[in-house]
Design a protein around this ligand. Sequence first.
Ligand SMILES: Cc1ncc(C[n+]2csc(CCOP(=O)(O)OP(=O)(O)O)c2C)c(N)n1
Length: 376
Amino acid sequence: MINAEFFYERLKDEKVDFFTGVPDSLLKSFCAYLTDNCEENKHIIAVNEGAAVALAAGYNIATGKVALVYMQNSGIGNAVNPLLSLADSEVYKIPMVLLIGWRGKPGVHDEPQHVKQGKVTLKLLEAMDIPYEILSSDENEVLKQINTCLDFISKNNAPYALVVKKDTFATYSLKNAQKEEPELMSREEVIEEIVRASKESEIFFSTTGMASRELYEIRDKYKMDHCHDFLTVGSMGHTSHIALSVALQKTDRKITVIDGDGAALMHMGAIPAIGVKKPKNFRHIVINNGAHDSVGGQPTIAQSINLCDVAIACGYKDVCRVKSRDELLNVLSGQKEWTSFIEIFVKKGARKNLGRPKISPVENKTIFMEKLMQGK
Ligand SMILES: Cc1ncc(C[n+]2csc(CCOP(=O)(O)OP(=O)(O)O)c2C)c(N)n1
């Protein structure tokens, strides 16, 4: 395994000193090291991977230096457009190092949403004419790989990718974690209260990461079935758009989105899309822990802005911020208007023994659709 510090310092030796991206569990240690050690404005946790490519391009334009963009392979899709129509050697020729976590690598067991992405990761890079190496776990090899990568970049002024397998980086734990607020509820407690306060016929769409796993386990705990929940295990940030479309077609059904702050920021254009349509059967709940909790707890910028103000400005009718269980129960029992937006502040973290859905995405979709079609 390689140390995050070693990798970071070698890149800095080669004048790669700006880092941006969206966190990934396989890059957890490297991302944590950056969060702890980079000076301000030399590390930006981007809202999505396309934005990270744009930030890397801006850094190069401003300084002439090469930036590194990190992402999970799930984020390649978000990055394709600026990679091909901005950074590409046939467009603006912008050099950058891509560091890509390889979830779903063939032969390594992973969750269903990662399998296809894992299978096509290298092919996607090939299709984009982005040369790559699979990052070694041997530090001497890594030095050679960094040289090859930067040599290509300086000759071609184009992106070059280093693809990262599981267990490449030795563990580094985030030290400069945000201040903990033990009085806050956990995400799981919040979801449990929302489920307990809702009627059986209400429909839930939950976001990527731990929130969907927790919703699944809460249903099991109360011996409820899973047919009213669409667990958006992949396509981070798109849950609210899926739910909006269902809400517009099924106007007699009450629909709740359980979103994360990282996911809401990733495709924030959903908020005006919903606010303008104002579906009366739609409730958007953002569970804000100020972090990408599911992949290592790297901070988001969601606690530096006011998402409720954004929702109001975009047309949501009934908006509130909640910090305690009492406030939450009050809001859930007293809600009049839907097209509502509830931002709930929670602490970071999840149960160590949290399981994973025992149904596949397609089984989830099938039972969900069956009930929806039957009007149940
Ligand atoms: C496009 C894309 N980029 C990155 C990821 C990796 N990823 C999975 S969950 C997650 C964090 C989600 O953060 P948030 O929505 O705030 O929810 P939390 O985990 O904090 O509950 C990330 C970055 C992904 N699945 N898809």
